[in-house]
Design a protein around this ligand. Sequence first.
Ligand code: MF3
Ligand code: CO
Length: 249
Amino acid sequence: MAIMIKSPQEIEKMRISGKVLRKVHDAIAPHVVAGASTMDIEEIAAAKIAEFGAKAAFKGYHGYPSALCTSINEEVVHGMPNQKRVLKDGDILSIDCGVIVDGFYSDAAVTYSIGETKPRIQRLLEITKASLEAAIQQCQVGGRLGDISAAVQEMCEAEGFGVVRDFVGHGIGRSMHEDPQVPNFGPKGKGPRLKAGMVLAIEPMINAGGPEVRVLADGWTAVTVDGSYSAHFEHTVALTKDGPQILTL
Ligand code: MF3
Ligand code: CO
């Protein structure tokens, strides 16, 4: 499938979707505290999405049961909200959410630390977030997709962190997943040319240890093979001739 180029009007609609998603993330942030269950957070998100007249993009996607993915500690992505999973001091929690507004998807994730976490884990969160920012800086018309991938890989591997290979970012628009895939690894200067009107969900998933992941028997939850903690940050980004625009900011 070819990479879809969005018109300025379509990008405006995606910007509205991204703004709604940002408000959902902002609404749940104060509730990410020790003692809260991941289902508590899910319920707040679901209520906010409804209040904004939006639709939860993940719920029902290949049978996925929730509006959020809530992945704790060694869980990488696709952890499912659960009343029995209660946050405690020293945990990290990745919250991934997608919404649909007026037919357009947006997708964003953030990793929180609960109370005090180990310095190495704080560093993991900082570097994963910084690698997303570095990747967004590479969203320049005339560049190559590999420039985005390499920016994440170089920054994270320089710190000794493991870059997950089994999950990647993606184009986004009237579907959650469009071409191209956006890996967090690979050589710069390679891959499709970046063009104005592309919209990408860029989402580094970075482990404190090795890059290997496996999926639990629930069919969804991806965890690190070595049990190391994992961080995930994601933005939906539009490429324009004036440079990248983060739609989920
Ligand atoms: N942010 C994830 C992605 O881009 C979406 C979660 S997949 C779902 O693939 F199945 F949980 F919806
Ligand atoms: Co995504």
